[in-house]
Design a protein around this ligand. Structure first.
Ligand code: TRP
Length: 340
């Protein structure tokens, strides 16, 4: 008897290109898990979730669809091992969402910490689109449609997993079934999952203009690295510098494979006598080495966008089969398959 495989379902909203914050926050984990061969991996481009606060700009989402697909393929999501698909092409997800909405209260939705923060950041107040408020329920539909037990995501997604587990428990209890599966998150190693922006802001994001993209060319990366925030008290090369809160060293902590060399540089920097230009050049080399193969693979796929479309189309067809089967079981459990 073959052992049942674990299942991964994860994804991102396509609102632009992915940056190295996404890379360390979740993409790295997804590729590593895929490559163990122990999982059925489904990676979803969450265009419908992106539309919950971009309904008036669908063109932006449409454009970003290919960018995110290219970013996935570039980092090593392998379409032969993983199913890459597009959320809006899977109608069963919308129907599952409707069924789950009856198991969730409005007050519970309003308490989701990640959604709460987003509502504040986007200044929605009471004018929050209903679809946005309930997106954690549609996320529960995404995860449970594939009976995923493993969800590699950034730390900010833990509240979505908690809400999904609640929905699974409620559903299985009410309908006396065990068809739905409770998912667990897989998060990046402590201290490596969140990369600050180039300007030292705690968050790297498109809207803050402080990101390095997986698609950035060599010159752009170098310019960005040379502009990075370091230690404002480190004025002359001979001054002793700080490494804590110094963005260049935070990036080295995450990306530099040569920990011995990095420790030496930190020591020199703290003692005084090591200039910012030097450490930035060193970081530039480290980043270029990591990002070059990614960029090259991205360019190969970008030159063959019909093939990328084919991957998404075939992936969506496979995803439909699985999600439709789960939907059938859910309808059976509720007892609404009236006509067989
Ligand atoms: N919420 C995720 C994001 O902000 C995207 C997403 C949608 C997702 N559905 C998912 C992630 C299911 C993991 C599992 O990008």
């Amino acid at each position: 008897m073959t052992e049942k495989k674990h299942v991964i379902l994860t994804g991102d909203r396509p609102t632009g290109k992915l940056h190295i914050g996404h890379y360390v926050g979740s993409l790295k984990n997804r590729v590593a898990l895929q490559n163990t061969g122990k999982y059925d991996t489904y990676i979803m481009i969450a265009d419908q979730q992106a539309l919950t606060d971009n309904a008036r700009d669908p063109e932006k989402i449409r454009r970003s669809l290919h960018e995110v697909a290219l970013d996935y393929l570039a980092v090593g999501i392998d379409p032969k091992q993983s199913t890459i698909f597009v959320q809006s092409q899977i109608p069963a997800l919308s129907e599952l969402t409707m069924h789950y909405l009856n198991l969730v209260t409005v007050s519970r939705l309003k308490r989701n910490p990640t959604v709460k923060t987003e509502i504040q950041q986007k200044k929605f107040g009471e004018s929050v689109p209903a679809g946005f408020l309930i997106y954690p329920v549609s996320q529960a539909a995404d995860i449970t449609a594939f009976k995923a037990d493993t969800v590699p995501v950034g730390d900010d997604q833990e509240p979505m997993l908690e809400q999904t587990r609640e929905i699974v428990r409620t559903f299985n209890r009410i309908y006396q079934q065990d068809i739905l599966v409770e998912p667990e998150g897989v998060f990046p190693p402590k201290g490596e999952g969140r990369i600050p922006g180039l300007d030292g802001n705690a968050k790297m994001s498109k809207s803050l203009g402080n990101a390095i993209y997986l698609s950035d060319d060599e010159d752009t990366i170098q310019k960005k690295v040379m502009s990075m925030y370091t230690d404002p008290t480190h004025i002359k090369v001979s001054d002793p510098g700080h490494v804590e809160g110094n963005t260049v060293f935070t990036y080295l902590d995450i990306f530099d494979p040569d920990k011995e060399q990095e420790a030496k540089l930190k020591e020199q920097y703290q003692a005084g006598g090591l200039g910012d230009v030097k450490i930035k050049r060193y970081l530039n080399d480290v980043l270029q080495a990591e990002l070059k193969p990614i960029r090259e693979r991205r360019e190969q796929y970008a030159a063959n966008i019909d093939y990328v479309d084919q991957i998404l189309q075939e992936g969506s067809a496979r995803a439909n089969e699985v999600a439709n089967q789960t939907l059938k079981e859910v309808r059976d459990a509720i007892g609404i398959n009236y006509f067989g």
